[in-house]
Design a protein around this ligand. Structure first.
Ligand SMILES: NC(=O)c1ccc[n+]([C@@H]2O[C@H](COP(=O)([O-])OP(=O)(O)OC[C@H]3O[C@@H](n4cnc5c(N)ncnc54)[C@H](O)[C@@H]3O)[C@@H](O)[C@H]2O)c1
Length: 257
């Protein structure tokens, strides 16, 4: 069995990614800083032995390296890395202080770089490997959360660098850019603003939001040999948002369309 590492595994998107890769036949190292969340995931996942939680903080290289040493000892070298751990702090430039800026960039950009750095030697030695970065539409356009967005834009460019520099060693790297996905990351805002979901959904051309399982289905595809020559790309799963705004088109054309 090949080994897949999934970070942010205690979150809903991460857990869906773990399940999709288990279904595809991988043994999965589920990585998160939240030990209780990893315990819950292990108990809820009907694949005893094939999934194991590893507690690590991706904001520390020592922690990431210790995690990878443990994963290697338990499951063997990584064939797939899914960088999914991430979070936001300040919603706007005027509300963003230095600590917010530094922590968002460290978590959302340097964190995936640390995880990738830990596994690359093994992937190069094996002559193949797949890195999948969970970016965001915030890395492609301006939708609030500046430090997080700049980090995700950086992650998209790191994706291109990895694919370009390491393609000759058999390594593929792609990014997924989800639109809004109603996970626990939204819980606080939805408690404070119960109509948020309806208002947000209205901006998406499909008038709907994608789910963790849709992200996970794409992760499974990108990890597979069906995507053998798909590399260096960013794929949006965003109910049409990055394609354009039908609400704006309605104002432009000035008639029912
Ligand atoms: N939910 C959305 O609307 C949305 C949209 C676009 C992109 N994304 C991206 O998808 C990914 C998952 O998002 P989610 O909504 O499931 O979030 P979530 O908050 O539910 O899960 C994120 C997980 O990352 C873990 N984590 C945070 N900091 C960590 C650290 N330093 N070390 C290790 N683990 C850490 C958390 O403990 C949590 O379990 C993130 O990268 C996020 O930026 C989410």
């Amino acid at each position: 069995m090949k080994t897949a590492i999934v970070t942010g595994a205690a979150g809903e998107i991460g857990a869906a990614n773990c399940r999709a890769l288990l279904d595809a036949g991988y043994q999965v190292a589920a990585v998160d800083k939240d030990p209780d969340g990893l315990d819950r995931l292990e108990k809820q996942t009907a694949a005893a032995g094939a999934i194991k939680g590893f507690v690590a903080d991706i904001m520390s290289m020592d922690s990431v390296q210790a995690m990878y040493d443990d994963v290697r000892a338990c499951f063997g070298p990584a064939a797939v890395l899914v960088n999914g751990a991430g979070a936001v702090t300040a919603p706007s430039l005027r509300q963003c202080n230095e600590a917010d800026w530094v922590s968002d960039v460290d978590l959302n950009l340097h964190g995936p770089w640390r995880c990738q750095s830990a596994v690359l030697d093994d992937m190069i030695a094996a002559g193949n490997g797949v890195v999948i970065n969970i970016a965001s539409i915030n890395g492609l356009g301006v939708y609030g959360y500046p430090a997080y967005s700049v980090a995700k834009a950086g992650l998209i460019h790191l994706t291109r660098f990895t694919a370009t520099e390491l393609g000759r060693f058999g390594i593929r790297c792609n990014a997924i850019a989800p639109g809004s996905v109603m996970t626990a990351a939204w819980d606080d805002r939805r408690r404070r603003d119960p109509d948020l979901l309806d208002r947000l959904t209205d901006w998406y051309p499909q008038r709907d939001l994608c789910t963790p399982n849709e992200i996970a289905a794409l992760v499974r595809f990108l990890a597979s040999d069906s995507a053998l020559h798909l590399t260096g790309q960013v794929i949006s799963v965003d109910a049409g948002l990055s394609g354009g705004s039908d609400r704006m088109v309605a104002d432009f054309v000035g008639e029912e369309f």
